[in-house]
Design a binder for this molecule. Structure first.
Ligand SMILES: CC(C)(COP(=O)(O)OP(=O)(O)OC[C@H]1O[C@@H](n2cnc3c(N)ncnc32)[C@H](O)[C@@H]1OP(=O)(O)O)[C@@H](O)C(=O)NCCC(=O)NCCS
Length: 396
């Protein structure tokens, strides 16, 4: 008689599952084999990627011999879409390589969607690299998700030496109230703008928010008035003609990445950049992380620009963040961001990145959890983005 493996889906229990789940996460590569093979290292806290979200859950798939063969994570929050919507986000779906194509991934997705429904979620969404065939087939062909946006994930390593800031550009750090005020005012209508932006900005992983503007852009702004006047909340805000802002999240404190099999192009680049730096130290070349060790990353989120000359300000802010990464104690770090070109004109060329480390299309897919949201999903899937996309650093 054939032995049938019984699979139970249940909530993660930190006391009994932690070590097994971490081991599974370590063994499961993410993404297509042809690309850089990435593994996540959650450094002893398998649930770290969702812990900072307002409501979260992790489910595990367990065999009758207590072996954990699959897991999935989900979080729920309020965001801006056509209106304020309650959305469930699916991430961290992993099935042990030895137990794939047995329906375990599908079972985990079904159970997490049931949890969304029981929490009155309007829409469920997830993101995957466009080359991840298994994930695309599972979510789109099997579970009825539709692709609605495809932003680019841009990756840049720290530098060998610090970038010199441009003498006519001022970079200023904002406090949390100023940052929240500006985000609500200028990005409040962005797709997926989170209602609890203040919680993100106050989180211990938030490194800070910076604005950049031209020193001589004084026609609209009296800089002598000081920072309070610039972003004065009482007197209304006075802003320069062109400005840009972004925030930084230290994802490396939560989890690290390991490269399984670095592609040839990466290895060549790593070798030649080391040689160039040695022979011509004045020549600035980005420094790849040591791929043998787990490396962390800074995630730049809430990238926003306004005004005719704001493109250069975005680039300047990015270089400023590369400097932060270069100066940080943990030098083995890259800087990552995710942007959608088009509507908000955050074209990838404004954000320094290395193509072979980046992903040109990250597919964001969505599904209605309520009948009345089917139309929303249809509209999202059939219209090009007209608004900026806010990428929540908690979901990276
Ligand atoms: C993606 C993953 C979770 C799928 O898990 P799984 O348990 O094998 O999936 P299922 O058995 O439930 O498969 C459901 C459907 O997904 C699709 N699918 C799954 N694996 C596939 C593969 N290797 N190639 C093509 N389609 C695949 C098929 O349509 C399949 O239905 P079918 O078997 O009836 O043809 C698993 O491959 C995995 O852990 N991959 C590494 C981590 C990862 O990339 N996660 C996704 C991040 S978003």
């Amino acid at each position: 008689m054939e032995f049938v493996e019984e699979i139970k889906i249940r909530s993660y229990d930190v006391l009994i599952d932690r070590a097994k789940v971490e081991d599974l996460q370590r063994r499961c590569e993410v993404g297509p084999k042809e690309h850089v093979l990435l593994y996540t290292d959650t450094m002893g806290d398998p649930i770290c990627r969702i812990r900072n979200s307002p409501i979260y859950n992790m489910l595990v798939a367990e065999l009758n011999n207590n072996e954990i063969v699959g897991l999935i994570q989900g979080s729920i929050k309020l965001v801006r879409l056509h209106k304020q919507s309650k959305v469930g986000y699916i991430l961290g779906l992993r099935v042990s390589p030895l137990h794939r194509r047995k329906g375990i991934g599908s079972m985990l997705v079904n159970h997490l969607e049931q949890w969304f429904v029981s929490n009155n979620v309007d829409l469920s969404y997830m993101a995957t690299e466009k080359d991840n065939e298994a994930s695309i087939n599972l979510f789109i062909n099997k579970h009825g998700y539709i692709k609605f946006r495809s932003p680019s994930i841009l990756v840049h390593p720290g530098n060998n030496r610090l970038n010199k800031p441009s003498s006519n550009i001022e970079i200023m750090k904002l406090d949390v109230c100023q940052a929240e005020f500006l985000y609500r005012k200028f990005m409040g209508l962005a797709e997926f703008f989170p209602q609890d932006i203040d919680k993100i900005l106050r989180n211990r992983l938030s490194v800070g928010t910076w604005v950049a503007y031209y020193k001589n852009d004084g026609s609209l702004l009296d800089f002598d008035g000081g920072d309070d006047k610039f972003f004065g909340l009482d007197n209304g805000i006075i802003i320069p003609k062109s400005w840009a802002m972004l925030s930084v999240w230290n994802s490396g404190e939560l989890f690290r990445l390991r490269v399984g099999k670095a592609p040839f192009s990466c290895l060549c680049y790593a070798k030649s950049s080391k040689i160039i730096h040695k022979v011509m130290p004045c020549f600035d070349v980005p420094k790849l992380p040591e791929f043998d060790d787990p490396f962390g990353f800074y995630f730049m989120y809430g990238v926003h620009k306004q005004g005719p000359s704001s493109g250069k300000l975005v680039t300047t802010l990015c270089r400023f963040v590369h400097n932060l990464a270069t100066q940080s104690q943990d030098f083995n770090k890259v800087v990552v961001t995710e942007v959608i070109g088009g509507c908000d004109q955050l074209k990838p060329h404004l954000i320094p990145h290395l193509n072979f480390l980046s992903c040109s299309e990250d597919w964001w897919c969505i599904k209605a959890m309520k009948k009345e949201e089917v139309k929303t999903v249809y509209e999202l899937g059939n219209t090009s983005p007209t608004r900026a996309l806010f990428v929540d650093p908690r979901e990276v």
